[in-house]
Write a protein of this length. Structure first.
Length: 472
């Protein structure tokens, strides 16, 4: 390394004024890298256990209860250090660690979503065509449909019976269990298909899932393959065809989370978006001792379809939870909301050199450069987004720098290249400060998404730091 006096004036000035170009994984200590690898082993276990929003909430409760969290009792006054969780319809959860100040001066929030793009069964899914039994599906969230063909799928979810009993379904994960797939046309006969634009090559109504092919033995009846499948389902789950109407059954990729690359630096898995923020945000709350302000991690459903519905961010569940805590403390609920601040914990698109033209290199996030702060998302001229204030951005980057959390900033692709949104704008509507902070992802929304282990760990460090650093 050159001595300081050997450097030119320009070199010294650059050092002072330019963003540090070498900020990234190369500067991290071996200790920090192995801490990241260790953290990610647990994250990968969570990924395999929690492929749907219901499974994620269940897994979160297990982790929380082991760490001393108990179910929130509305109206009860809690003490600093108390740890509680409240569940909304098994698909949305809020976990709080009560701070020394309680919530009267606002709370610190991290909110991530636990739903991911997938194929949902239609309410009347089962049919027979040319002696094959098939499921009709309705895709959920933004997918490139062709990516979901010819890969093994597992069926997860619940069937609620008229009796009030709820049957859980999870089939296709173990190698001993059968799995399912959407069939695709062989290239030999696809001359017409491949000439179509990508969006028309494969339509929503083509996403039919193969579920059986052997008939029930009886020569006199029709639809015997369908009958055989219904009979198997009746024997296994006690259901009949009408019960599909009161079910939430989701087809997800059957593969497990895997190390990626010779160097094992990355994780390939289904549903990083947004478990890759949900898990770190959850563990960050669990790891809090007695914070100054009450900290709250919320895991929401339905982000991928616009945060609609009673388990999405647009529902009043979180607001009611915070207002109830405020009331128990004798604090003014509206003031609690207004003085709260939030990290909207969601992913951004990592720069992909193969598709470089979709990005603007100076304002993109990169694998291994740490957690990404996204000041705004949206589309076009910043439509449909919350644009975090300069002051709040300054607070967040100061906290991260002070605690040596590796971070970067990024927009979602180039201007007018498309766009997207997060829950941030719904949080902003509560009159809170909020900014998106999360992990850069390659192949976002594909059945196999890729993230860097360092970035996952830095997300955890960012949330923990945010929860435990006093405001200036
Ligand atoms: Mn997301
Ligand atoms: Mn998404």
């Amino acid at each position: 390394m050159a001595k300081k006096q050997d450097k030119s004036e320009a070199a010294l000035l650059k050092e002072k004024l330019f963003r540090d170009p070498k900020k990234g994984v190369g500067r991290l200590s071996d200790k920090e890298i192995s801490a990241a690898d260790k953290f990610c082993q647990k994250y990968m276990k969570f990924l395999d256990e929690a492929k749907t929003e219901r499974e994620a909430v269940k897994a979160a409760v297990e982790i929380a209860e082991k760490a001393g969290f108990t179910e929130y009792i509305p109206g009860k006054l809690y003490n600093p250090g108390d740890r509680v969780y409240a569940i909304n319809r098994k698909k949305n959860i809020a976990l709080a660690v009560i701070g020394k100040e309680g919530c009267k001066n606002g709370v610190r929030l991290a909110i991530a979503h636990v739903d991911s793009p997938r194929l949902d069964l239609k309410p009347n899914p089962l049919y027979e065509a040319n002696d094959l039994a098939m499921f009709k599906t309705h895709y959920y969230g933004g997918i490139k449909k062709y990516q979901w063909t010819a890969i093994p799928l597992a069926l997860h979810g619940v069937i609620a019976l008229k009796s009030g009993k709820v049957v859980e379904v999870k089939i296709g994960e173990k190698s001993s269990e059968p799995c399912f797939c959407v069939t695709d046309l062989l290239p030999h006969l696809a001359q017409e298909q491949v000439k179509k634009p990508g969006s028309q090559m494969f339509t929503g109504e083509d996403l039919n899932v193969l579920v059986g092919s052997r008939p029930f033995k009886d020569d006199s009846e029709s639809e015997l393959v369908k009958l055989n499948i219904l009979n198997l389902l009746y024997e296994e789950y006690g259901i009949t065809e009408d019960d599909f109407l009161s079910a939430e059954l989701e087809l997800v990729p059957a593969h497990k989370a895997r190390d990626m690359g010779f160097d094992r630096s990355m994780i390939g898995a289904y549903g990083h978006d947004d478990r890759v923020c949900a898990y770190p945000a959850l563990v960050a709350a669990v790891d809090c001792d007695v914070p100054e302000k009450t900290v709250v991690t919320v895991l929401v459903d339905k982000e991928e379809i616009g945060s609609e519905g009673n388990t999405g961010m647009q529902s009043d569940f979180m607001r009611f939870f915070l207002l109830d805590m405020a009331k128990a403390e004798g604090a003014d609920g509206n003031m609690v909301l207004s003085h709260s601040s939030c990290l909207s914990a969601d992913v951004n698109a990592a720069f992909d050199p193969t598709y470089a033209s979709a990005y603007e290199a100076n304002n993109s996030s990169y694998i291994n450069k740490g957690v990404v702060i996204t000041k705004y998302t949206g589309h076009g001229g910043k439509y449909d987004t919350s644009d975090a204030t300069a002051e709040y951005m300054a607070q967040i980057r100061a906290i991260l720098d002070e605690n040596k959390v590796l971070w970067q900033s990024g927009e979602l692709g180039k201007v007018d290249g498309g766009g997207g949104g997060t829950i941030a704008k719904y949080v902003a509507n509560l009159n809170m400060d909020v900014v998106d902070l999360g992990v850069p992802v390659l192949s976002m929304h594909a059945p196999l998404e890729v993230v860097s282990k360092i970035d996952v760990y830095m997300a955890y460090r960012a949330f923990f730091t945010f929860f435990n650093t006093k405001e200036k």
